[in-house]
Design a protein around this ligand. Structure first.
Ligand SMILES: Cc1cc2nc3c(=O)[nH]c(=O)nc-3n(C[C@H](O)[C@H](O)[C@H](O)COP(=O)(O)O)c2cc1C
Length: 171
């Protein structure tokens, strides 16, 4: 199975990136092919400015993936800017793909923000979501490390379920 992990935050101190790294480390224990994208390394342009070469590359990665894990930060109770650009321009070939969401937020009350990503993926491309979201706030981290053991356990369960269901949905 080929999994695309899309860390979509453009923040130089991204916490969702740290979550994506933790998921990557755990998922890599299985014999699968993981493509890890850190969107900070990509040149992005809003929809009416036309696609950059990096965005063409990302469109191809989405097409090649069997399934996708999104890392997102919450901005104004919804998805972050980089992710919106990529969804608008690079997801045409994501139809029917299985996906999961891992999310970093400033506070505990914004957990429903991930539902916007769910709506977009389901309504636009009939994608199927793992019914478990990893949601973390600043309190779960110490510097660049995940300090909350409960969060680590939730990441492990997320990975186990994503791998198990992801495998079953392939061919
Ligand atoms: C423009 C902006 C808007 C934000 N809006 C929210 C919000 O509505 N709810 C929330 O809990 N945190 C909010 N935050 C805090 C971020 O979700 C938090 O910093 C999180 O770590 C971002 O993910 P990242 O570190 O991967 O970029 C906001 C941050 C920014 C910069």
């Amino acid at each position: 199975m080929k999994t695309l992990i899309l860390s979509s935050s453009l923040s130089p101190k991204s916490r969702s990136f740290i979550l994506c790294q933790a998921v990557n480390a755990e998922l890599s224990k299985n014999a699968i092919d993981i493509d890890f994208v850190d969107l900070r390394d990509y040149d992005l342009a809003p929809v009416y400015r036309g696609k950059t070469a990096d965005m063409d590359r990302l469109t191809e990665k989405v097409k090649e993936a069997d399934n996708i894990i999104f890392g997102m930060g919450v901005h104004c109770y919804t998805i972050n800017d980089g992710l919106k650009i990529v969804l608008d321009s690079c997801f045409g070939d994501a139809i029917g793909k299985f996906f999961g969401i891992i999310c970093a937020a400033g506070g505990e009350k914004s957990y429903l923000s991930t539902m916007h990503l769910t709506q977009i993926c389901m309504n636009e491309w009939r994608m199927i979501q793992l019914p478990r979201v990893v949601y973390a706030t600043g309190r779960d981290f110490k510097g660049d490390d995940i300090s909350n053991t409960d969060l680590k356990e939730r990441i492990d369960i997320f990975v186990k379920e994503f791998y198990s269901i992801g495998q079953k949905l392939i061919g």
